[in-house]
Design a protein. Structure first.
Length: 146
């Protein structure tokens, strides 16, 4: 930890653009936890908690329930202890959810495509999809090419 800046609840709330009550609530749900307590018993939160709090708010804005967010955060903690990797994985997860919604909206149109149009669509989507899967594998440290 060293010289890492620690924040009181009000400072953390301001930086994360949430209320102090939200931080209290997330702490009670074990979504976040204080790094330590001050000599005067104030809860002190780290930069890592700030990043986690921003991740939670981002997922909440994408309509995830708090239970889903908690499960997702626990899953990413098992994958990596690196906060940057967890942030990237969460970002990818949110993006994939958005893509799923868009694909579902396009489904009626896709159903009406002719076979040659479907082949073209398949070719256009296959290469980027495979590249995304390879990038995820590398990001997770399971590089099949090494």
């Amino acid at each position: 930890m060293g010289n890492e800046k620690l924040y009181k609840i009000g400072e953390l709330a301001k930086l994360a653009d949430v209320s102090s009550r939200t931080i209290d609530y997330y702490t009670k749900l074990n979504l976040i936890e204080p790094e330590k307590r001050s000599d005067t018993n104030y809860r002190l939160y780290s930069d890592e908690t700030l990043h986690r709090l921003k991740r939670i708010e981002s997922m909440k804005n994408e309509k995830y329930t708090l239970e889903e967010i908690k499960a997702s955060l626990q899953q990413w903690n098992k994958v990596s202890q690196d906060d940057e990797v967890r942030d990237k994985l969460t970002s990818i997860q949110l993006h994939l959810e958005q893509l799923k919604k868009e694909a579902k909206e396009l489904d009626p149109i896709i159903q009406q495509l002719k076979p040659n149009q479907l082949k073209k669509l398949y070719r256009v989507l296959t290469q980027p999809t495979a590249a995304c899967i390879e990038a995820l594998i590398v990001l997770l440290g399971k590089n099949p090419f090494s």
